[in-house]
Write a protein that binds this ligand. Structure first.
Ligand SMILES: *Cc1c(COP(=O)(O)O)cnc(C)c1O
Length: 379
């Protein structure tokens, strides 16, 4: 039997040609031709007002924290069931993180419990669209408007996913995407900041270019550039953009394939959900599915540990996901002490199955059979 890894990055074949072009042009710093091509690709395809490639999603979120002028003592509301990168950029600027519990039916934040977490100090809400499945953005934006808060969407997992008819990442004031090797389209490391609120466009360019107005200079809008604000270096080399552009050209093909795999898992495993043996991903009717993660929710930690072992015995690598941030070594004693029972449930019970472009039908069936047998033998 074949070993089935959890992830296998997909290369379209064009990456190396595009990277060679940057060599030939002797242009490998940031904001070269391929960066511009990526920017207009995403702006056209998804109608994003302004896109800026960054060195990672984490860095795009750092830019957001600077753009929102986050200061010591500001409060930021986000789910606890997320990656450290949702929190760190804000913690670095002195913010206190107020964790919101997940929904009972999904790892996404329970929007109905956000309002009671808002205080005079609240500045930002960060929805994380887990597995590329949208949070209830309408409810979040109503609260943001009512209390004058900013919203940055952690859309790391969300390329090509939608909330109603709007692309994820087009609704918050800002949004951050990731092109890390584990995401749907990749550049090894990499990300992008989407700026939907025009008040942030000019400053975003400056922060990304070490606090200088070099972008305006390159466009010929000013005749010299200098230090005008705080900032850092958040722009990737054009070699990275060249890799990403190859992936962009195959985006529709990659997405079609991933969604097919996701649907195939869903169809083969839904009998187990019907018999109440496990839970499958919950897709609200306002959310599309971009095939980023296929997960199941086991009954408890023990069952999940046994199932991981059983899959491993069959040469299949399946992995759990986040350890709740409110219980992390770093944040435990900074958290306000509230219990977050749904977050804990997903920390203990959620299991991700292999999902990558080259996963074939035979392997999917092999994985599902192990899971089906595991649950039928338990009954
Ligand atoms: C992958 C991921 C990130 C981090 O992305 P990088 O590009 O590696 O910085 C942040 N948040 C979420 C929810 C992620 O899945």
């Amino acid at each position: 039997m074949n070993n089935i890894p959890f992830n296998k990055p997909y290369f379209t074949g064009k990456e190396i040609n595009f990277i060679s072009e940057t060599f030939n042009n002797k242009k490998i710093a940031g904001d070269g031709d391929f960066t511009k091509k990526c920017h207009s690709f995403f702006e056209k395809k998804y109608g994003f007002k302004k896109v800026l490639l960054t060195t990672s999603c984490t860095d795009a979120l750092e830019m957001a924290a600077i753009l929102f002028d986050i200061k010591e003592g500001d409060e930021v509301i986000m789910p606890s069931y997320t990656f450290v990168s949702t929190a760190n950029p804000f913690v670095l600027r002195g913010a206190k993180i107020i964790f919101c519990d997940s929904q009972e039916c999904s790892p996404n934040m329970d929007t109905s419990s956000i309002e009671k977490l808002i205080t005079q100090k609240t500045k930002v809400i960060i929805p994380v669209h887990y597995a590329g499945i949208a949070c209830n953005m309408e409810e979040i934006m109503v609260l943001a408007n009512k209390y004058n808060l900013f919203v940055v969407e952690d859309a790391a997992q969300c390329i090509d996913s939608y909330y109603k008819e709007k692309p994820i990442g087009s609704i918050g004031h800002l949004a951050a995407f990731s092109f890390h090797e584990t995401k749907n389209i990749i550049s090894g490391e990499g990300g992008m900041l989407v700026v939907n609120d025009p008040q942030f466009i000019e400053r975003a360019e400056i922060i990304r270019e070490k606090g200088t107005n070099r972008s305006q200079f390159f466009r010929g809008e000013i005749d010299k550039y200098g230090w005008v604000d705080v900032g850092s270096s958040y722009l990737p080399s054009d070699m990275i953009a060249a890799f990403l552009y190859a992936q962009c050209l195959s985006l529709d093909d990659i997405q079609k394939k991933r969604v097919e795999i996701w649907n195939s898992y869903y169809d083969q495993l839904k009998i187990l959900e019907e018999n109440q043996l496990l839970k499958l991903p919950y897709l609200p009717n306002f959310a599309s599915n971009n095939g980023h993660i296929f997960y199941i929710v086991c009954k408890d930690l023990n069952e999940r540990t046994e199932l991981i072992k059983e899959l491993k015995n069959n040469h299949i690598s399946a992995v759990f996901h986040y350890l709740s941030l409110h219980k992390s070594e770093y944040y435990l004693n900074k958290h306000d002490g509230r219990d977050l029972p749904n977050t804990d449930k997903f920390t203990n019970c959620l299991l991700r199955l292999p999902l990558f472009y080259e996963l074939d039908n035979e392997s999917i069936k092999q994985i599902c059979d192990v899971i089906l047998n595991f649950y039928t033998s338990k009954k």
